[in-house]
Write a protein that binds this ligand. Structure first.
Ligand SMILES: [Fe+2]
Ligand SMILES: [Fe+2]
Length: 525
């Protein structure tokens, strides 16, 4: 558990993670509060099993956090499946049942494509599936445990996040551990998530029959037995007016709080969670936050506004997770219905943050980042009178920030576009001037030493990893052999103590390595 902090902002760790869990629901295509209900059942089940307070706390946080690494594979998921959000049912499906598996594939893989394309996609999935799932789960675990470490959650939680895809019979991933090797709180959340899902679909009977059929395969048989004995009471405790409030009240032990200083770290966790969704957005939210804060300072806004705009910048796009990467990464123009989905993302941001009294004001500001002075923006199309200076700055910063795919959007072109929109009466001139001036004066540090003991060449490789390039693509981009690329990648992994591309990408974002190499002159200066 994190320490209790003296500098109390009124934000509980549970509130932050519960808010993030609403984004996770969207990011994995589940109904809102799916994670919260799993967490609530885990807390009730842990209590009824007589678990220690420490194990109950770990189960509670593990239930909230177990899918926080899901965005790290969104792009490859979308490439393999078509719409990664359509695979929600796979998360609680019995993978041993081949008929169910085939049904899932036929219902979901490349569902908008022609018969032949679908057949090809399904064949590709069948071939690549097992190895892909293993790699994908390793990435989720690696990222999730690093998030827990950043938030200073317990060692038990950090270790447990490596067990969330394992199975009692050893047929899970990524390390194939089994039985009591799997941490006890994780064995509790395994059953709690599936039982809460089946209860929502078919009541107590469906949950109990699912639990019995998976005992000894997915689940610890002793936990299943205890669950089945108390199932009606446990499951009916989920039928409450406010799941949010009940989950917060169910936190075992003394609630941990987040200090004012730590809110930036917490908001950066949200930023990385959403930015990992696409190689085109890696580092975007951190860059917007820095730029908007610098511009707000330049405009002479009070410090409270500078802080608010920075934090709103970090969380502004969290609602993006609710829209498939098939839309975000689409090479051609979007259709009308795809635009409708895109226009929802600031609304999702607002709803995700709205439940927590401490985060709601940040969510409300963040939700204005696509609004325009002439009312032509989205999602509310509010008029200029309702757009405070902080919102105007955020909107201009969002359009100006550097993007990883520089070739597609060089800084000068972004600045031209921002000026064009200002001249058309869509963006505030003061905000635009402050943002462009802050962007122009932003000093990129001249680095003689790179974090993690990386060499300059390794940082270059790491940046390409973060942009989603394969080893072959990196070799072509750097004009070196694939073998040399593999050596670099292995050295990077060793130096950073990571085992997946996702964790390496997370390191690159946290250390501002995404954009630093964009101008080689900084390196040679
Ligand atoms: Fe956005
Ligand atoms: Fe954005």
């Amino acid at each position: 558990m994190p320490d209790k902090h003296t500098n109390d902002t009124g934000l509980r760790m549970a509130e932050l993670l519960a808010s993030l869990s609403l984004a996770i629901d969207l990011g994995v295509g589940q109904p809102m509060e799916w994670v919260l209900r799993s967490c609530l059942l885990a807390a009730r089940l842990g209590e009824s099993l007589g678990l220690s307070e420490r194990d109950c706390q770990d189960a509670y946080y593990l239930a909230l956090l177990r899918h926080v690494g899901c965005t790290s594979t969104s792009t490859t998921d979308a490439e393999l499946m078509g719409d990664e959000l359509g695979f929600a049912e796979a998360m609680t499906m019995d993978m041993d049942d081949m008929a169910q598996m085939m049904g899932l594939l036929f219902r979901n893989v490349a569902k908008d494509k022609s018969f032949f394309e679908r057949a090809r996609a399904i064949a590709r999935f069948m071939t690549a599936g097992p190895a892909y799932m293993n790699a994908s789960h390793a990435a989720h675990c690696d990222v999730a445990s690093r998030v827990a470490e950043t938030l200073r959650l317990s060692d038990g939680i950090q270790r447990g996040l490596w067990h969330v895809y394992e199975r009692w019979d050893g047929k899970g991933t990524p390390n194939h551990i089994k039985g009591e090797e799997i941490a006890l709180p994780v064995r509790v959340i395994h059953l709690a998530q599936d039982a809460a899902t089946f209860y929502a679909m078919g009541g107590v009977e469906a949950a109990v029959s699912m639990a019995r059929s998976r005992a000894g395969r997915y689940f610890d048989p002793a936990i299943v037995e205890a669950f089945c004995r108390a199932a009606p009471d446990l499951l009916q405790s989920l039928d409450v007016d406010s799941t949010w409030q009940t989950v917060l009240e169910a936190e075992p032990g003394a609630p941990a709080r987040i200090s004012d200083d730590e809110i930036d770290t917490a908001a950066a966790v949200v930023a990385d969670f959403v930015d990992m969704k696409s190689p085109f957005t890696i580092g975007h939210s951190r860059a917007v936050a820095d730029l908007a804060a610098a511009a707000a300072k330049q405009c002479g806004l009070p410090n409270a506004d500078v802080v608010a705009v920075r934090r709103a910048g970090l969380i502004h796009d969290v609602g993006r997770v609710g829209v498939s990467n098939g839309v975000w990464n689409k090479p051609g123009p979007l259709t009308e219905s795809e635009w409708e989905r895109v226009r929802l993302h600031p609304y999702y941001t607002e709803r995700i943050m709205n439940r927590s009294a401490a985060l709601a004001p940040l969510g409300a500001l963040a939700a204005l980042h696509h609004e325009r002075l002439d009312g032509s923006g989205y999602h509310r199309q509010v008029a200029s009178a309702q757009l405070p200076p902080t919102a105007r700055i955020l909107a201009a910063a969002d359009l100006t920030e550097p993007r990883p795919h520089r070739a597609a959007c060089p800084p000068a072109a972004a600045a031209d576009e921002v000026c064009r929109m200002m001249n058309a009466g869509k963006l505030d001139p003061d905000a635009v001037n402050a943002v462009l001036s802050a962007a122009g004066h932003r000093a990129r540090p001249v680095r003689r030493e790179w974090p993690g003991g990386l060499s300059e060449r390794e940082v270059e490789v790491l940046r390409l990893i973060a942009r989603g390039l394969s080893n072959r693509q990196m070799a072509a981009a750097l004009v070196i052999s694939e073998k040399t690329v593999s050596h670099h990648v292995q050295h990077i992994y060793d130096k950073l103590d990571v085992s997946t591309r996702a964790a390496a990408t997370l390191f690159a974002m946290r250390n501002n390595l995404i954009f630093d190499l964009d101008s080689d002159s900084h390196l040679s200066a």
